[in-house]
Ligand binder design. Structure first.
Ligand SMILES: [Fe+2]
Length: 242
């Protein structure tokens, strides 16, 4: 498949604050298709207190793929997780590998949305040092990174990639997040745009709208690079089994 690739979306039903049931997941899947997405990563929250065993995640992913196929939804669904930094602290290398997007892609990591964690970036540096690629979820909504671009720049220079959220681009998360998103884009610190959608109505995918907004207001931004080309590079095809 080719088209937009959404590397951050809460599509698995009855798990976190995403769709409540199969019906809602189906509606969100169709909303993604309508938004021009052909591949999506299902990335349920993983925190120190909210841990779904990898085997169960895989079973739920398989059930969703089967349900979408039954309804003939033209959408490829990869499995990943949105891993909070506090969860990283007690995960071993095997578990980290298992939660990478589509197995070959980056680990989606969320820095704390509240202050008081000390330096929350060191566990991310450790993951990068271990050779696992990292995609930072919505840095424009993280207070530490809103205040100063230096910690994000340090992570990017170490090899991390960063994902801006479509809703933030169009102002759904307020002026600060929107303006920080623009600063990060202008500084070359953002590689990917993704929906972080949770529901077809309450938090819908709006990447098409965000790309249109960027075309009008920031024409220098490479929207296809953010939504298609770089996400594709970040999830390389698996090596054939010999
Ligand atoms: Fe998310």
């Amino acid at each position: 498949m080719s088209g937009r690739i959404d590397l951050h979306c809460h599509l698995l039903p009855d798990l976190d604050d995403g769709p409540a049931d199969d019906g809602d997941a189906l509606a969100l899947a169709w909303a993604l298709v309508d938004d021009g997405v052909t591949t999506v990563a299902a990335t349920p929250h993983r925190t120190a207190r909210f841990k779904i065993p990898v085997l169960e995640l895989r079973q739920r992913h398989a059930a969703l793929v089967s349900m979408l196929a039954h309804h003939e939804v033209p959408l490829e669904v990869l499995l990943g997780s949105e891993v909070a930094v506090d969860a990283l602290l007690d995960m071993d290398g095997t578990e980290i590998e298992a939660l990478r997007i589509g197995e070959t892609g980056p680990l989606l990591v969320e820095l704390p949305q509240r202050e008081g964690f000390g330096d929350p970036t060191w566990p991310v540096h450790e993951v990068l040092d271990s050779g696992v690629p990292v995609l930072l979820a919505h840095p424009e909504r993280i207070p530490l990174l809103q205040a100063d671009l230096a910690p994000l720049r340090a992570l990017v220079e170490r090899g991390a990639h960063a994902q801006v959220t479509s809703g933030a681009v169009i102002g759904r998360y307020g002026r600060t997040a929107q303006s920080v998103a623009m600063d990060m884009l202008a500084a070359g610190l953002i590689d990917v745009i993704a929906s972080d959608a949770h529901h077809h109505e309450r938090r819908p995918p709006e990447t098409g709208t965000a790309l249109e907004w960027l075309r009008t207001n920031r024409p220098e931004v490479d929207g296809d690079g953010l939504a298609v080309h770089t996400p594709r590079v970040l999830i390389p095809p698996r090596a054939p089994v010999s």
